[in-house]
Design a protein around this ligand. Structure first.
Ligand SMILES: Cc1cc2nc3c(=O)[nH]c(=O)nc-3n(C[C@H](O)[C@H](O)[C@H](O)COP(=O)(O)OP(=O)(O)OC[C@H]3O[C@@H](n4cnc5c(N)ncnc54)[C@H](O)[C@@H]3O)c2cc1C
Ligand code: FES
Length: 266
């Protein structure tokens, strides 16, 4: 893998799209190299928060040489990001991680599934899948997004690329329940799944995929530190033995964040 170096990126725009959720476009030279499902490490300017924060690439605009990040403010790093204004320069590292293997969906019924703050990376994924089929909104691409309530951030933007379904915990929009409830109730056609979201949701998807005989590729957005494979702060258990460490482990930041569900011991 090519050595990644920190690069300056210019903030093009920033807005709040739901409670505590921000949408920021950055101008950066990496925009041409991004695979859907990859992420960037964003360095807070405040040096007391030294480590880069991993944030998924939500969308790419090659013409403007720009990437879009959609993030939830949870702590000091993301609180700082929310203060950035157009014209500010920040440092980023990336694109990092492997991304979704969208070639595995060729000719199949594919479903992109997102839960909460796992929704953003699936937007570029749905866009690329619809581009691959050469059809603007192909029947073979579906999306199922799960939210706590009806704020449904980004949901409408998916409608351009996929047949969409929503699940909400409080039942205020779409199917009341989780993404699997929506898959069952709406009888979503499914051979291949690309998913990102909280661990209980991903476990449920792995089990559901086994039940219906589908393939699932899961993005694990776990806690991370260095983001480049050096600190072992992001280990997950796998069924196969790692060639280097000889243990049942993989580093989410470099081996992932996307894994074949069959390889994960979750
Ligand atoms: C591959 C990947 C992609 C992600 N994509 C997104 C995204 O698109 N949008 C979004 O809102 N969030 C995303 N996250 C989660 C995001 O990285 C954390 O919310 C963020 O790092 C929190 O930083 P903080 O300084 O605000 O919080 P703090 O809690 O102050 O962070 C302290 C430290 O813990 C780490 N940390 C805390 N929570 C997480 C977490 N959930 N995952 C990883 N590291 C964490 C931070 O990087 C930092 O080093 C992603 C995480 C991963 C691993
Ligand atoms: S975050 Fe350091 S090895 Fe993955």
């Amino acid at each position: 893998m090519a050595h990644k170096v920190k690069k300056a990126a210019k903030v093009l725009s920033q807005r709040q799209i739901a409670e505590g959720i921000f949408d920021m476009w950055l101008e950066t030279t990496i925009a041409g190299d991004v695979k859907p499902g990859q992420f960037v490490g964003v360095y807070p300017v405040n040096k007391s928060t030294l480590l880069p924060r991993p944030i998924s690439i939500c969308e790419v605009d090659k013409e403007r040489s720009a990437i879009r990040l959609v993030y939830r403010v949870v702590g000091s790093g993301t609180a700082e990001f929310a203060l950035y204004e157009p014209g500010d320069f920040i440092m980023i590292l990336g694109p990092l991680g492997n991304g979704f293997p969208i070639e595995k969906a060729a000719g199949k019924n594919v479903v992109v599934i997102g839960g909460g703050i796992g929704v953003p990376p699936l937007l570029e994924t749905a866009k690329r899948l619809s581009m691959e089929t050469g059809d603007n909104k192909p029947d073979s691409v579906s999306g199922v997004m799960g939210y706590r309530n009806s704020d449904g951030f980004l949901f409408d933007e998916f409608k351009e690329y996929a047949q969409m379904h929503m699940a909400t915990e409080d039942g205020s929009a779409g199917v009341k329940g989780n993404v699997i409830d929506a898959m069952r109730q709406d009888q979503v056609k499914c051979d291949v799944i690309f998913a990102c979201g909280p661990m209980p949701m991903l476990r449920g998807i792995k089990a559901y995929a086994e039940e219906i005989g589908a393939k699932a590729y899961l993005s694990l957005e776990e806690r991370m530190a260095c983001g480049v494979g050096a600190c072992l702060g992001c280990i997950t258990k796998t069924k196969e033995i790692d060639h280097h460490s000889k243990v049942h482990n993989a580093r989410i930041c470099t081996d992932g964040p996307v894994f074949d569900a069959d390889d994960l011991d979750m």
